[in-house]
Design a protein around this ligand. Structure first.
Ligand code: F3S
Length: 417
């Protein structure tokens, strides 16, 4: 790879040991994928913020100890737990301590403690065409597709290296040519009401990810009136069932004003049709028959927005959650502050809902709770639930989750198609 004088100095250790190690890792990554040069990035979203294994903590601590400092604005994905309200989450001492070690190392290097997996809802939002380095699959798919900024799907710890050097190898979705669509998915035979039921968006995203895999695909047939939260649920689901880093919704996302533009005047290599029957099949695969009633209802995967809290408050309508059930919502500190000022938090909590900041809905301290089955309005959560938590799972819309929680009986309305 060709390196400029600044990059050569970093590689030679002139900017300190942490920078030297980071540059070595990034150069090897570039060589591996055939990059010709490094490019500057303007910001980083770090994914390696959950405590999983000691190796992750040790890497970040080592970088901090070697004098690593983030050269560009850097924000953080969720911690495993709610760092502010950990008693309410019954976090054991050892998990709290590991999470604090990560927190301390990241803050020492200069990270902004955003602790959110929906960084596009707040703070450092990049602009169209901006070169950035983000981790976290849903955030990568959203920022590439909906905002049109440019990032690869950065693996854990390479994002830390990018934050220290402010550079990445020029490869993948950083390059214009690699952003064109290759395959086309057509949404066909759905009723005009299908898109009034917001469950359709994550379910379409789930099917999109299964078909697209790691290819850049375009989807046609989604109406133009689609909200940011619908795009968020589509992104999260697509990036959970496939290695989707960029999608195009024709007539909706910025690099796909029409079919010709997103395929760069070429023909799709393959075309697939998404039918209402495929929605039925996806929905049944995301629900386990073994579960007749959840004991945990959990939302905020990715983190809830202010609008989603407003919808939740409307559906709750000041009713109380049935005793014996837990109802949790995960969000960022910033959204938490906003709903607090709006008094939404107070109303929702009076119904018996627990609102957590910072954490990930799949990483709660399992041994401190005795759940057997979870229900969620998130397809991403439902897709990962059993493998990550061991719980059976039910997916449905926010309204069904609320009705189940207040009546104590499972409510699942059929999906409009
Ligand atoms: Fe966020 Fe965890 Fe879901 S990081 S997107 S709540 S799996």
């Amino acid at each position: 790879m060709h390196l400029d004088e600044t990059e050569k100095r970093m590689l030679a250790g002139k900017n300190g040991k942490a920078c030297e190690l980071s540059m070595n890792i990034l150069c090897e990554l570039g060589e591996l994928f055939g990059a010709e040069r490094m490019i500057a990035v303007s910001q980083v979203h770090i994914d390696m913020t959950l405590y999983m294994v000691d190796a992750g903590v040790e890497f970040v601590e080592k970088m901090a100890k070697l004098g690593g400092k983030f050269a560009i604005p850097t924000q953080l994905n969720p911690a495993s737990i709610d760092l502010l309200h950990h008693e309410k989450m019954r976090v054991p001492e050892d998990l709290l301590e590991s999470s604090r070690r990560l927190e301390s190392a990241y803050l020492k290097m200069g990270a902004t403690p955003t602790w959110t997996c929906a960084p596009y809802q707040q703070g450092l939002i990049p602009s169209f065409g901006e070169q950035i380095a983000w981790g976290e699959s849903n955030a990568v798919a959203f920022v590439n597709s909906v905002i049109g900024a440019r990032t690869e799907r950065y693996a854990d710890l390479t994002d830390v290296c990018a934050a220290i050097t402010g550079t990445v190898p020029e490869l993948g979705l950083h390059i214009t040519e690699n952003r064109k669509a290759e395959i086309l998915l057509e949404v066909k035979d759905f009723s005009v009401h299908a898109f009034d039921d917001f469950r359709i968006y994550p379910l379409l995203g789930f099917i999109f990810g299964e078909i697209a895999g790691d290819k850049v695909a375009a989807i046609q047939g989604i109406p133009q009136k689609v909200s940011m939260d619908n795009l968020k649920s589509f992104s999260a689901a697509a990036a959970s069932s496939g290695a989707v880093g960029l999608f195009h919704i024709i007539g909706v996302t910025p690099e796909a004003p029409d079919i010709k533009t997103c395929f760069r005047n070429r023909k799709p290599k393959e075309t697939f049709v998404i039918t209402p029957e495929m929605i039925d099949s996806a929905e049944s695969r995301l629900n386990q028959d073994t579960c007749s009633m959840p004991d945990l209802i959990t939302m905020g995967c990715p983190h809830y927005s202010v609008d989603e809290f407003r919808t939740l408050e409307k559906y709750l309508d000041s009713r109380k959650i049935k005793s014996g059930l837990e109802f949790w919502v995960f969000t960022s500190r910033q959204t938490y502050g906003q709903i607090k000022k709006m008094r939404l938090l107070e109303t929702i909590e009076q119904s018996g809902v627990k609102v957590f900041t910072d954490g990930c809905s799949l990483q709660y301290p399992k041994k401190s709770w005795d759940f057997t089955c979870a229900m969620s309005d998130s397809v991403k959560y439902a897709n990962y639930c059993f493998s990550q938590t061991g719980l059976d799972v039910i997916f449905s819309g926010t309204r069904d989750c609320v009705e189940t929680a207040v009546t104590g009986e499972l409510v699942r309305e059929p999906i409009w198609k």
